[in-house]
Design a protein around this ligand. Structure first.
Ligand code: HEC
Length: 285
């Protein structure tokens, strides 16, 4: 615990150091510059060095532990538990499930990404109410919602495993194709698509290097470090949050939580990253 406390203190100190460079609310009006500069900015390199040190004792583990407790011990009003939850590999099986979603779930008649599936199970077996979850789907300084902790636990159970999102069911293929189209779809006040910022190598906004998500070795960044412990704030953020924030970057209306379009985008990026190794929940600035 002593070590944990000192890590948290270190995180707090770094938070202050990086706050100045943190992602700012959308103010910019121009598309990202195609950088002629070196592949990574100095700040990114500096941040990555800190991240390596911090991830050895990642505060994400605190949320992981809370999620594990909910998964293993919490009971719903009618006695249900997450042991009944099938993440695609059988009821109650968590190991390896995270890296094999999005996938088709016959019981729900939907392709679901990990976050969508976890929330589905928490409503079905633990009695969580959709309206409450929608009230605060994402974490903020005041609260990391329970489902985010459970997602962090589930994700951690796929640490060091290869991403292997299935493409067998026709609906899984459809989700990939729809996601690919959304990725390239231009619109909004600046006529941006995801590809405007993430469709070529070496793009950058201020100090942030933007991955080319069409390439397998960079599409892994849609996965790596997510869910992520946000140093500037001290809470966990999920892939769904990242998608929402990028719709905002794109000046599109934010999709409603757990929407088909976000699952489709995640299917596209995950399948593109198939075969790469997921290192588990991480740290994001
Ligand atoms: C106006 C530019 C812009 C647009 C358009 C945009 N993004 Fe982003 N995206 C960003 C920025 C800035 C970041 C944060 C990079 C960082 O944290 O270093 C980011 C981060 C991401 C990440 C996480 C990368 C990582 O390393 O963790 C993913 C995945 C992503 N975007 C996907 C998308 C998708 C999908 C769309 C379309 C819905 C989209 N983005 C549209 C600017 C954009």
């Amino acid at each position: 615990m002593k070590q944990r406390t000192s890590t948290l203190l270190a995180v707090a100190a770094l938070t202050a150091a990086f706050a100045a460079h943190a992602q700012q609310p959308a103010k910019k009006t121009a598309p990202p510059a195609k950088a002629a500069a070196p592949a990574k900015s100095a700040i990114t390199e500096e941040f990555e060095k800190f991240r390596e040190v911090l991830e050895e004792d990642n505060p994400a583990e605190l949320f992981e532990a809370k999620g594990e407790d909910i998964w293993k011990n919490r009971k719903g009003p009618d006695g249900g538990s997450m042991a009944q939850c099938d993440l695609g590999l059988g009821a109650g099986v968590v190991k390896g499930a995270y890296v094999q979603m999005p996938r088709w779930f016959a019981d729900a008649g939907q392709v679901m990404d990990a976050e969508r599936r976890v929330v589905h199970c928490m409503m079905k077996y633990l009695g969580y109410k959709e309206a409450d979850i929608r009230k605060q789907p994402f974490s903020n300084v005041n609260k990391t919602p329970d489902h985010v902790s459970v997602i962090t636990y589930v994700a951690a159970q796929s640490r060091n495993m290869k991403i292997a999102a299935p493409q067998k069911h026709p609906k899984e293929k459809e989700a990939y194709n729809v996601g690919k189209e959304i990725f390239a779809f231009r619109g909004g006040p600046y006529d941006f698509s995801c590809a405007t910022c993430h469709g070529a190598d070496g793009m950058r906004i201020r100090t942030q290097d933007l991955p080319n998500l069409r390439k397998p070795d960079q599409a892994i960044r849609a996965y790596q470090g997510w869910p992520g412990y946000r140093m500037t704030g001290g809470f966990m953020l999920t892939q769904q949050w990242r998608m929402n924030d990028c719709f905002r970057q794109q000046r599109f209306p934010e999709p409603s939580y757990l929407s088909d379009s976000v699952t489709a985008l995640l299917a596209y990026m995950t399948v593109t990253a198939n075969g790469q190794v997921y290192k588990g929940p991480g740290i994001k600035r």
